[in-house]
Write a protein that binds this ligand. Structure first.
Ligand SMILES: [Zn+2]
Length: 120
């Protein structure tokens, strides 16, 4: 039995809130970079290529951040419903070590690796 104790739950909750702020900030900060590169801008061809490359990196980062933010939000909801720390698939408890590394993890390590193996 490795049920989270009150202190661990509290700690992970703080971690979720902190990560949510960081990701929201990252998404807000990268807002400009994700805008389409304007063709009217008086920059050379090479600079435009750079800008577009830069932009697609920013967009990829934003997608990752947005996905993680969604997971954080649902982890926070589970927290409110006292379901936090339970695997969303098999309802077994997720280990503290795993939650410490990824507080937003919705699945236990077994279900997660099953999903990855199946390609979902
Ligand atoms: Zn599971």
């Amino acid at each position: 039995m490795n049920e989270l104790n009150a202190q661990q739950r509290q700690e992970l909750h703080q971690e979720l809130l902190k990560l949510r702020i960081e990701l929201q900030k990252l998404l807000a900060d990268s807002d400009d970079g994700a805008r389409p590169v304007s063709l009217d801008e008086p920059i050379g061809r090479l600079s435009r290529m750079d800008a577009m490359q830069q932009q697609s990196m920013v967009q990829a980062n934003r997608r990752t951040a947005q996905t993680r933010l969604n997971r954080l939000e649902s982890a926070l909801r589970r927290h409110e419903n006292d379901e936090y720390g339970l695997c969303a698939s098999c309802e077994e408890e997720i280990s503290y070590a795993r939650l410490k590394a990824r507080p937003e993890a919705p699945f236990c390590i077994d279900c997660q690796s099953n999903k990855e193996t199946r390609g979902g």
